[in-house]
Write a protein that binds this ligand. Structure first.
Ligand SMILES: Nc1ncnc2c1ncn2[C@@H]1O[C@H](COP(=O)(O)OP(=O)(O)O)[C@@H](O)[C@H]1O
Ligand SMILES: [Mg+2]
Length: 325
């Protein structure tokens, strides 16, 4: 079986030399490989053993590569032409030299406000593009996002994505095993086959919560998670991270609204509101630094003027006293 042979040193199809194992996920394994003719580094994804036997898993793998192949966006991992070695499918993608967002969050406890904002905005750009292409990702979570050395975000793993033109029934049978409860919108938990782009917006809300606080809003059984989602029973982001201002918190909570109609309807609004909220908080931080008594708002330059007047008066007094002695 080819899958067992794929390890560092193995040459696939006379075209790619496997360099290292990057990750073994739920559905497939990802390797770093070198294209022998161009010397370019690529990522190679293959289905896990067992996954390439069941027809629906194979179809799922092939659907995913078809979708990713026609997408072209700086915040989406580029997939190249689908490949087969003796009927064995594998995907060649651009290699992202950097960790998954999951690794980054776990490594750093939580991200800085600046990084969390930057990644949210790049996710908004990716989702905005997917909307234009009528693609719903359906599995937004940190392990499906990779970040390169320039802090550029790349969304990947279109394993359970839906695009217009797919037969909804086939898609529904392919996704029955997919998705991650902790990031899934409540309407999707109730109906796995639901295709509404706003479910991706909900997952983005949970992702923001996770990036800004370092914690997940929900955990537990399906019933417990869905109950907590509906009643919005989770710790407020600003309690977990005091640097989150009320305006930033409002953006996270609106994206995580349990009712799709009350949620952000458009990722460009998330981007807008978050940029404004962050600009406001950094202006405030600056003015606090410039202010001697923030609560009554005396600017620091007034202190310097008063000090100047005192020193000048003292000098004048000394000169005056000396002259009249
Ligand atoms: N193009 C890539 N470049 C670098 N690393 C990648 C790339 N694609 C995936 N990875 C890494 O492999 C992991 C699993 O990839 P993913 O496509 O999500 O597989 P699975 O279907 O098994 O979940 C990711 O979390 C990421 O760390
Ligand atoms: Mg994945």
């Amino acid at each position: 079986m080819i899958m067992q042979k794929i390890k560092p040193g193995y040459i696939l199809d006379n075209k790619y030399e496997i360099k290292k194992t990057v990750a073994k996920g739920a559905m497939g394994a990802v390797f770093k490989a070198e294209a022998i003719d161009t010397k370019e580094m690529v990522a190679l994804k293959v289905p896990l053993p067992g996954f390439d036997q069941g027809l629906s898993s194979l179809q799922r793998f092939q659907q995913a590569e078809k979708i990713q192949f026609f997408l072209n966006h700086p915040n989406i991992v580029k997939a190249y032409k689908p490949n087969y070695e003796k009927g064995f499918p594998y995907v060649i993608m651009e290699y992202v030299d950097g960790p998954s967002l999951e690794y980054l969050i776990n490594q750093n406890r939580r991200l800085t406000i600046e990084d969390a904002t930057n990644y949210t905005i790049q996710m908004c750009n990716a989702l905005d593009y997917l909307r234009q292409k009528n693609v719903i990702h359906h599995d937004i979570k940190p392990s499906n996002i990779v970040i390169n050395m320039q802090k550029q975000l790349k969304l990947t793993d279109f394993g359970i994505s839906f695009c217009q033109g797919m037969e909804a029934e086939i898609w529904a049978s392919l996704v029955s095993i997919g998705g991650t409860l902790a990031y899934m919108a409540p309407e999707k938990i109730r109906d796995h086959a639901l295709n509404d782009y706003r479910s991706d917006i909900y997952s983005l809300g949970v992702l923001m919560y996770h990036m800004f606080t370092g914690k997940m809003p929900f955990n537990g059984t399906t019933e417990e998670v869905i109950g907590a989602q509906i009643t919005q029973n989770f710790i407020s982001p600003s309690v977990l991270n005091p640097s989150i201002t009320p305006a930033i918190e409002r953006v996270i909570l609106k994206a995580m609204s349990p009712t799709p109609n009350e949620r952000y309807q458009d990722v460009s609004m998330i981007k807008n509101d978050l940029e404004k909220a962050v600009a406001m908080s950094s202006r405030k931080a600056k003015s606090i630094k410039m202010t001697l008594l923030p609560e009554i708002g005396i600017p620091i330059w007034i202190l310097y003027v008063i000090l100047g007047i005192i020193i000048l008066s003292a000098v004048i007094m000394i000169v005056y006293v000396n002259l009249h002695q």
